[in-house]
Design a protein around this ligand. Structure first.
Ligand code: KIV
Length: 284
């Protein structure tokens, strides 16, 4: 069957038909291309890029310009998946005009089909403004890394009845405001199940158990290409860090030992041509 570009109605249909949605983050051309070729539905240019690729301590410092630069590279590698741009901290809660302008950059310059914003009920005004401007929005509640300090750090959210209620209310409010899906990060699986059952739009979980309509992971976590920490919810499908380190070390050792390059990786020329080269400097 010929593969076609995935749309937002296709994502909604997957929930209705009980088919799981997949999401991975991508930050450049090769990751975009590989993830798309693997058939993953949603390719998120996550602001995790700040930490996994740019080496910042948190996601907070990354700018719109940096995100757009990487979104453009991802876009060049993706043919079928839905590409989503993650709005950086302080680019979407700073007045309607500026918010729409920033989100619009992901669509116009970055080639994205939607944006993601962090936050619950308090973000419904922002969601409405974006949807009014024709920009589809993926909501993100639970552990929201941009404001993790307010939440007491990188902790599971919604473990008691009061905070769980707040998350359910937020999910419903985001749906009502126009989000086409809601990402649930680090919430107990039974709460994620309840939210998934109550919402008409899909839920996509990351550290939210098996009952969500879809699953997300940060690519550099699941391929072992982030050196600082690995959250409990991450399954490593590959372990690239030691693999790459070994390749770089072998290269260094072989060059130093004169083992690379050999003839196999060199270009040749005829000796007769070589002899024609004048090696003595002509004098006048
Ligand atoms: O930035 C990111 O990678 C995210 C994840 C939760 C998917 O938002």
């Amino acid at each position: 069957m010929e593969r076609k570009k995935l749309t937002i109605p296709d994502i909604r249909k997957k929930k209705q038909e009980g088919r799981k949605i997949t999401l991975l983050t991508a930050y450049d051309y090769p990751s975009g291309r590989l993830i798309d070729e693997a058939g993953v539905d949603i390719i998120l240019i996550g602001d995790s890029l700040a930490m996994t690729v740019l080496g910042y301590e948190s996601t907070v410092p990354i700018t719109m310009d940096e995100m757009i630069h990487h979104a453009k590279a991802v876009k060049r590698g993706v043919r079928y998946g839905l590409i989503i741009g993650d709005m950086p901290f302080m680019t979407y809660n700073i007045g309607e005009k500026e918010t729409v302008r920033n989100a619009g950059r992901f669509i116009k310059e970055g080639g994205c089909g939607a944006v993601k914003i962090e936050g619950g009920t308090e973000m419904t005004g922002v969601v409405k403004a974006l949807v009014r401007a024709g920009i589809p929005v993926l909501g993100h509640i639970g552990l929201t890394p941009q404001t993790a300090t307010q939440l007491g750090g990188f902790k599971v959210q919604g473990k008691d009845a009061a905070s769980a209620q707040k998350l359910l209310d937020s999910a419903l409010a985001l749906e009502k405001a126009g989000c086409f899906a809601v990402l649930l990060e680090c919430v107990p699986d039974k709460l994620a199940k309840l939210i998934t059952e109550k919402l008409g739009v899909p839920t996509i979980g990351i550290g939210a158990g098996a009952y969500c309509d879809g699953q997300a992971l940060v690519t550099n976590d699941m391929i072992g290409l982030f050196d600082r920490f690995t959250p409990k919810f991450v399954k490593k499908y590959a372990d690239l860090w030691p693999l790459l380190l070994n390749a770089f070390k072998r290269y260094k050792d072989e060059v130093e030992a004169g083992k690379f390059p050999t003839e196999e990786h060199s270009f040749t020329m005829n000796d007769s041509e070589l002899k024609k080269i004048k090696t003595k400097r002509r004098t006048k």
